[in-house]
Write a protein that binds this ligand. Structure first.
Ligand code: PEP
Ligand code: MN
Length: 344
């Protein structure tokens, strides 16, 4: 921590600041310039992180040196992570594509979608059994029945499955069925939920909250990791801005920033960013070009009948097109995309 004193700070105020630092078990290194005095607090910065330095008389500002996200950050761990979701490697050379309907519905749309996305080259199936809906009158998901349907789709296709968990009381149930948890944008600062999934050994797709800074996003990952679960996959899904042409504003720069700041894999969900199927493929291409390790895309056999997020869901043909269009982009940035399966 570097602490800058006000120009009019007195010697007594400097002495008091030095005592505060020393009492916390750190060394105070005083550097007196002609106009300003600067004090370096040397040692375990975590011991003074909660000290409100600017409330101490004579202090103008305090700048931490270390990043607060010790586990998620790259200072202690520079190698990029590879995380297994079922038997799919996330964070390797291959850009991993997760596809599937927004919700698991009481019909055959999940199974039909699972077959179609697999054929197109996706390796992980998504589908919400517990849905965070803005209106309490909207379809809330099928609960455990939806988890059973995800499991059946996995058994038939061999795809790994990821599904959202919204409540600490459901974490164990979701763990029994899914290969990975999803924490949604609306719950990404639900610290009890983050701690709970942190106690399990399956990966977590952590969505960025709609009003979350990148630093706060990394701190949410830190919550999960601090409980012992290192397998967090960051998912940029657009943030709220003044723009209304899209549902959210895809913060494409967040992909580049996260790739520098963390060793965790970084995904993009172009569907929730766009809110409109017509923009999804372009945002997917941009994401891969920017260095995303994977994509999460909503796909539905008949979007006009979808029980949630139909407007942003791709039909099977469009999803195949997406896979085809990201392949050369991936190649241009040294990555690969799984090719479509050959017709048998
Ligand atoms: C979803 O994936 O269907 C979803 C609700 O996403 P988000 O939490 O990003 O809004
Ligand atoms: Mn959705």
């Amino acid at each position: 921590m570097i602490i800058v004193l006000r120009p009019d700070a007195t010697d007594d105020q400097l002495q008091h600041l030095v005592e505060v630092i020393q009492q916390a078990g750190l060394q105070a290194h005083v550097s007196a310039g002609t106009e300003r005095t600067i004090v370096g607090a040397i040692g375990d910065e975590s011991k003074i992180r909660s000290v409100p330095f600017t409330a101490i008389p004579g202090v103008e500002s305090a700048v931490p040196i270390l990043k607060p996200y010790k586990l998620a950050g790259r200072s202690l761990h520079s190698e990029r992570d590879r995380i297994m979701v079922g038997d799919v490697v996330v964070g390797g050379d291959e850009v991993v594509v997760v596809g599937g309907p927004c919700s698991v519905e009481p019909n055959d749309s999940l199974l039909l979608t699972a077959r179609a996305i697999k054929k197109a080259g996706a390796t992980i199936l998504r589908g919400g059994a517990f849905k965070p809906r803005t209106s309490p009158y909207d379809f809330p998901g099928l609960g455990e029945e939806g988890l059973v349907m995800l499991d059946e789709a996995r058994q038939e296709t061999g795809l790994a499955i990821v599904t959202e968990v919204m409540d600490t009381r459901d974490v164990e149930l979701v763990y029994r069925y899914a290969d990975a948890f999803q924490i949604g944008a609306r719950n990404s600062q639900n610290f009890n939920l983050l701690r709970e999934v942190g106690k399990f050994d399956k990966p977590v797709f952590l969505k960025r909250g709609m009003s979350m800074t990148i630093k706060e996003f990394l701190m949410s990952a830190e919550y999960i990791m601090a409980q012992g679960n290192p397998n967090v996959i960051m998912v940029e899904r657009g943030i709220r801005t003044f723009e209304t042409a899209t549902r959210n504003t895809l913060d494409i720069a967040a992909v580049a920033v996260l790739q520098l700041e963390t060793h965790l894999p970084v995904f993009v969900d172009p569907s929730h960013a766009a809110g409109d199927f017509r923009y999804v493929i372009a945002l997917a291409r941009a994401s891969v070009a920017c260095g995303a390790d994977g994509l999460m895309v909503e796909v539905h056999p008949n979007p006009e009948k979808a029980m949630s997020d139909g407007a942003q869901s791709l039909k099977f043909g469009k999803f195949e097109r997406l896979m085809g269009e990201i392949a050369p982009v991936a190649q241009s940035v040294g990555r690969t995309v799984r090719p479509p399966m050959k017709e048998s």
